[in-house]
Design a protein around this ligand. Structure first.
Ligand code: FEO
Length: 398
């Protein structure tokens, strides 16, 4: 790093911005520590900008470019992905540098028109197409549905740099460091999983396809569109994407409960004791009503065991638990070992409906399922502990 310049390799720079104002990404996902919109500049005989930023940061982004080069020298603006957190600045750069050609996939061309009415000086590229910048060459690889249909990545062949778009991206602004070896990497890995579970996870099969397709590329650097640039341990993040896209959970249990009057809390405590006595030391307990479902999705993606307990409400599933199960169903999380328990007073119904959803996800449901009426008896508490123990033993043997 030289002053405000962030050089990745000679002539390749980060020119992104930090958004520390937005509190909900996509209007859904909490951003307790912001997010970065990464953009990159490659200076060769020709000059390319790779990805943009959200519209409101266009001026700051442009000033980052001005620090490095006269923007009128930009030949290409590559758009790997048309979601507006990256494409929102395209109208700005088109006004400022009308000669620069916008390069994108065929599917993105229509989106560029639909979002911004831009039709002129646009070049579409397909799988394997290349653009020479002089000494160095950009090659494009389509990775459809990671996580929109038009998505592609850009590979700078001679430097072995993969500009990966949202793939390998994380929540969290870049707090003073830009590379994985400069930052608290475990924090960003946690946020990479939350980002994956929230945004990418539903497209896990396209992710597997993309990993297969890109597996033959030699990479020194992965430069994603959010979060730190990976250069120290690229194998680690590729390995994590491989595991997450195959729905491989770590050995641990997420125990998620909802309770109105404390009866399900008492039951949950017995389940928790069972998990520990069953030999699984990693137990994370969450109140479904008081925990963002962004984090609950992350934790369900994280751990092999998921135990859910909730009362019946309006003859159905306790509403916050219903919302979580609906999100898990929507995200198509697979391959979990599951336990179920819950209370009812004048009408059952929640357990059967919860079971129906996890069956559709093809989760393995461990016995005993434990419904109880109003208040858990000593016998119920023993069954609940046995449930926790059984899930733990199954998780640890898997
Ligand atoms: Fe970072 Fe799918 O946009």
């Amino acid at each position: 790093m030289d002053g405000l310049k962030v050089e990745i390799k000679p002539g390749i720079y980060w020119i992104g911005v930090n958004d520390r104002v937005k509190d909900l990404f996509e209007g859904i996902w909490p951003l307790p520590r912001g997010i970065s919109y990464n953009s990159y500049l490659v200076i060769d005989e020709k000059v390319a900008v790779i990805d943009g930023v959200e519209e409101g940061f266009s001026q700051e982004w442009y000033e980052n470019i001005e620090r490095l080069i006269d923007p009128s020298k930009i030949d290409y603006v590559i758009s790997n992905h048309m979601e507006p957190d990256h494409s929102g600045s395209l109208p700005f750069i088109r006004r400022m540098v009308p000669e620069a050609t916008i390069v994108l996939s065929e599917k993105a061309r229509e989106m560029l028109n639909d979002f911004y009415g831009i039709r002129e000086n646009v070049q579409t590229v397909g799988d394997g197409d290349e653009i020479s910048l002089g000494e160095r060459t950009l090659r494009f690889h389509e990775i459809p549905y990671v996580h929109w249909p038009e998505t592609m990545v850009t590979y700078l062949m001679e430097e072995k740099v993969l500009f990966s778009g949202d793939a390998f991206g994380t929540y969290g602004a870049l707090d003073g460091g830009f590379f994985d070896d400069q930052v608290d990497v475990d924090y960003y890995i946690d946020e990479m999983l939350r980002y994956y579970a929230n945004i990418i996870g539903m497209y896990s099969i396209p992710v597997q396809n993309a990993l297969s397709k890109l597996g033959g590329l030699s990479m020194d650097v992965i430069a994603p569109a959010h979060g730190p640039i990976w250069r120290q341990d690229i194998g680690r993040v590729i390995g994590l994407y491989d595991r997450w896209s195959h729905w491989e959970g770590e050995k641990g249990v997420a125990l998620i409960y909802g309770s109105m009057y404390g009866n399900t809390i008492e039951a949950m405590e017995a389940v928790g004791r069972g998990v520990i006595s069953g030999g699984c030391p990693t137990l994370r307990i969450y109140d479904v009503s008081r925990t963002s479902f962004s984090i609950l999705l992350q934790e369900c993606w994280h751990w092999k065991g998921v135990i859910l307990g909730a009362p019946t409400y309006d003859t159905g599933i306790f509403i916050p638990m219903d919302n979580l199960l609906s999100s898990l169903h929507h995200k198509r999380l697979k391959n979990r070992i599951c336990g179920l328990f819950g209370s009812f007073t004048w009408s059952g119904g929640a357990m059967r409906k919860m079971r129906g959803i996890v069956d559709e996800l093809k989760w393995e449901v461990v016995e005993p399922e434990v419904p109880f009426k109003s208040h858990a008896t000593e016998e119920h508490l023993e069954q609940l502990e046995a449930l926790g123990r059984a899930v733990a033993e199954r998780v640890m043997q898997d």
